[in-house]
Ligand binder design. Structure first.
Ligand code: DC
Length: 226
């Protein structure tokens, strides 16, 4: 395997984290989901009573917060453990409140500057599958393999809804659809590193594909690139 950096981008619930994790495990690469960093900053702002609209305070928080992503410390189906200044926030960063705040937070240029610098340092540490919105365009523009996963907004909302239900939580489909649509809109229209397809990325629409099929296809695409 000659590819050292694999970048996977795409909108919310497009299958990036599931595919990224399986791929990383298969290749024995580090799996790094950059969305957790934006989520951790959002969680910390809410926990400290910092208004999400206060760009200067949220940016300062992003510059100071110590975010660690480590192998799972609890056996509860988590992919990894996320620590924010030492506190386990793995599930706390997945609440509707954080979902609602994370898109505005990730639109702040200073927040992105602080987190992108950390993400590049992670990638320098060894072979990695890095997942996010701007990995192929901004974080790792020289990545060896760039994949952009997409799916219809209805299918992505359905996936999120199933995920929440699988965790034993009550959830209605409609509010999830509205929230995914809203995040798509903010993520794609922001000035700082909007969600877009890198010129040299391979685009895969997974609307009608199960995980297995996506994985086989991605494996094939990677082999072709080697
Ligand atoms: O992938 P996710 O849903 O956990 O991402 C949470 C938010 O973070 C999402 O609204 C967009 C933002 N994000 C980003 O702007 N850049 C990244 N590289 C990863 C996530």
């Amino acid at each position: 395997m000659k590819l050292a950096t694999i970048a996977i981008d795409g909108p919310a619930a497009s299958g990036k984290s599931t595919i990224g994790e399986l791929l990383a495990r298969h290749l024995d690469y580090l799996y790094f989901d950059t969305g957790v960093m934006y989520r951790a900053v959002t969680w910390a702002a809410l926990a400290r009573g910092i208004p999400i609209e206060d760009e200067a305070a949220v940016t300062e928080l992003a510059e100071q917060l110590c975010i660690d992503v480590v192998p799972p410390t609890v056996d509860d189906e988590r992919q990894y453990t996320v620590l924010a200044d030492g506190a386990d926030v793995t599930w706390a960063i997945r609440t509707p409140e954080v979902n609602a705040g994370v898109s505005p937070v990730s639109a702040y240029p200073g927040v992105r500057r602080a987190l992108v610098a950390q993400q590049r340092r992670v990638a320098m540490g060894g072979p990695v599958v890095m997942v996010g919105r701007d990995i192929g365009t901004i974080v790792l523009p020289n990545a060896d393999f760039k994949l952009y996963l997409d799916a219809s907004v209805e299918e992505r909302a359905r996936r999120r809804w199933r995920e929440v239900r699988a965790r034993g939580e009550e959830a209605d489909y409609e509010p999830i659809l509205i929230s995914v649509r809203r995040r798509d809109e903010i993520d794609s229209s922001r000035d700082a590193s909007p969600l877009c397809v890198a010129d040299d990325a391979i685009v895969l629409d997974t609307t009608a594909m199960g995980i297995e099929k996506v994985l086989v296809q991605v494996g094939r695409l990677i082999e072709e690139q080697e």
